[in-house]
Design a protein around this ligand. Structure first.
Ligand code: PRX
Length: 558
């Protein structure tokens, strides 16, 4: 087969004849009929012809490389799992990581899944407050992290986290080697079923603290299907997902999907730097690249001079996710990379890509594409407790998906009521607004709620407002996403001070620094304005909508 021929040649036929049961049969399954993500991602390859193929390739910040084969990864994850077993961590216990893109994270994630524990990644750039909130909410039992992150972000809260029994420090020789040296290496993979919990991902809510979306081992069915059909992955591929493994994309497509498809997963340990990224793409012979619109726009901004001569001859497919992908960015990909950027849509709750521009379908820049086989999507409006499906082409409304599918979240941990509110009449309500055209393509319109999307990260205004209000000078705060040409939105805070406090520049900076220390750079406001009075409705609720409208108006003028 020509290597440019997509894995899925006839999407329309696949949509008609698709069944998730048949998709599951494409995986190996456990001998007792169960399903385990780590087994499908690693062990089945380690026991077959891909045993010595490169599973992970780390490119370190200094450019050195380090590879791990499927057989080696299988051994390391089983040792980790065996150690979890020996310290009494079992099925359903939550194992968190607070790590950057380093080899231990991948071993811990897969080892936890092999043990039947629930893997929960925490983004390393989160500050102590969001870290504590997530550890507490998830009742985390084990945390794998670095000595520094533990000391600065977790140790001060340890007394308030009674469930957190084990800390594994990857940079402490004794601590980490105990998790790699267990004599019971070679242990069996835990006999999990498709419905047993596997992944816990925290996502921001419009009200209150972050919500923990829980997924079962069945996610791997959707990761396999979308890995092959949307990202076009095959065993010969070198796949690079630029999302941080502390977030849902970095776990589902930055760990699981490429391994399930038997590809080589490239992990760049260095940060974003256009020249470096181009050299990784070219010198590592990346064939499939999954990135984010913000990253594409940053490369566009860096200008064409940095592009390597000769381009990227090995690159076969490029896709993006997380925020709207503008038509210019799609086109830029075609010119600068030699491949147009294919937009894909999903969210933490959906567990896997649901709507996409499939490689075999004509690409329409600006559209998110069509539902993948096995997913039914529609546009709806609410009428009381019910949903009315809008069939007329081009009508705009709520984006809803017919429930269930294998990677659909199973609950919000310890908040079943909130989970149930996401469904009506057999549909899952995504919280996004969209439009569907006459050809069945979906176009993103916006979010239904106040959540902020900054550089692809979803940020809940409440979490930020609560921290700002803990500052002794602040009486109230309103937080919004301010439109930004590169990041999509940036977090902007409006702060009302206690009577008698002088609103000067040094106080403004102090509040910004205070928020950054507690929330971390990924969540803290980038801009902050001191104001006499925040806009409120009659019952005193802050009107973020008004703040946002003012900001957009000013942006238009400026
Ligand atoms: O609003 C949509 C936006 O990102 C949200 C999901 O964010 P999160 O749960 O953090 O998941 C990240 C993994 C995708 C969605 O509800 N979003 C996602 N993809 C797109 C998008 N907005 C526009 N276009 C997309 N392709």
């Amino acid at each position: 087969m020509d290597h440019r021929t997509p894995n899925l040649i006839d999407p329309a036929a696949a949509r008609r004849g698709f069944s998730w049961t048949a998709a599951r049969d494409e995986l190996t399954g456990l001998p007792d009929g169960g399903l385990n993500v780590a087994y499908e991602a690693v062990s089945r390859h380690a026991a077959g012809p891909r045993a010595h193929a490169e599973a992970l390739r780390f490119v370190r910040a200094d450019g050195r490389r380090h590879s791990v084969s499927y057989r080696q990864l299988d051994d390391r994850m089983r040792r980790f799992a065996a150690r979890l077993r020996s310290i009494g961590v079992g099925k359903g216990d939550v194992v968190c990581t607070l790590l950057g893109r380093q080899p231990e994270l991948y071993v811990a994630a897969l080892g936890a899944l092999a043990r039947g524990a629930v893997f929960c990644p925490l983004f390393a750039a989160l500050g102590p407050e969001p870290v504590e909130a997530r550890l507490a909410r998830g009742h985390a039992r084990v945390l794998v992290t670095t000595e520094r992150a533990y000391r600065t972000k977790v140790a001060p809260a340890r007394e308030r986290l009674p469930d957190l029994r084990h800390i594994v420090l990857v940079d402490d020789e004794t601590s980490w080697s105990a998790f790699q040296a267990d004599p019971s290496a070679g242990d069996e993979i835990e006999g999990t079923s498709a419905d047993d919990p596997a992944l816990l991902h925290f996502t921001s809510g419009t009200t209150g603290a972050a919500k923990g979306a829980l997924h079962g081992h069945a996610v791997v069915i959707a990761h396999h299907t979308t890995g092959r059909w949307v990202l076009d992955l095959r065993p010969c591929d070198v796949f690079w997902c630029t999302a941080d493994p502390g977030w849902v994309t970095g776990t589902c497509y930055g760990i699981i999907a490429p391994l399930v498809c038997g590809a080589t997963l490239l992990v760049d340990e260095g940060g974003f730097e256009p020249r470096r990224w181009y050299s990784v793409l070219r010198d590592e012979s990346v064939t499939v690249w999954y990135t984010a619109p913000t990253a594409i726009r940053m490369l566009m901004k860096a200008g064409p001079d940095l592009l390597p001569t000769g381009g990227f001859p090995k690159l076969r497919h490029v896709a993006s996710v997380g925020e709207p992908l503008n038509a210019e960015a799609v086109q830029w990909g075609a010119e600068a990379l030699g491949r147009p950027v294919h937009d894909t849509w999903w969210q933490t709750e959906t567990g896997a890509i649901c709507i996409a521009n499939l490689p075999a379908e004509p690409l329409v820049p600006g559209s998110m594409g069509r539902p993948i086989p096995g997913i039914e999507a529609a546009i709806a409006r609410r009428e009381g407790a019910h949903l009315i499906i809008e069939d007329a082409p081009d009508s705009e409304g709520l984006l809803v998906l017919r429930a269930p599918w294998p990677s659909m979240f199973r609950t919000y941990v310890y908040d079943e009521a909130r989970y149930r509110k996401c469904f009506a009449d057999g549909w899952y309500i995504t919280g996004d607004r969209a439009r569907r055209d006459a050809e069945g393509r979906f176009w993103f319109v916006g979010r239904q709620d106040d959540l902020i999307k900054s550089s692809g990260h979803l940020i809940g205004p409440c979490e930020v407002e609560r921290t700002l209000m803990a500052h002794p000078a602040v009486v109230d705060a309103g937080v919004i996403g301010k439109p930004d040409p590169v990041a999509g939105e940036i977090v902007k805070a409006f702060v009302e001070l206690h009577a008698g406090v002088t609103p000067d520049e040094s106080l403004r900076r102090d509040i910004l620094a205070y928020a950054r220390r507690r929330l971390g750079p990924a969540v803290a406001p980038k801009e902050l304005k001191l104001t006499d009075a925040l806009p409120r409705n009659r019952s005193g609720k802050i009107l973020r909508r008004v703040l946002k409208a003012q900001e957009v108006e000013q942006g238009d003028v400026g």
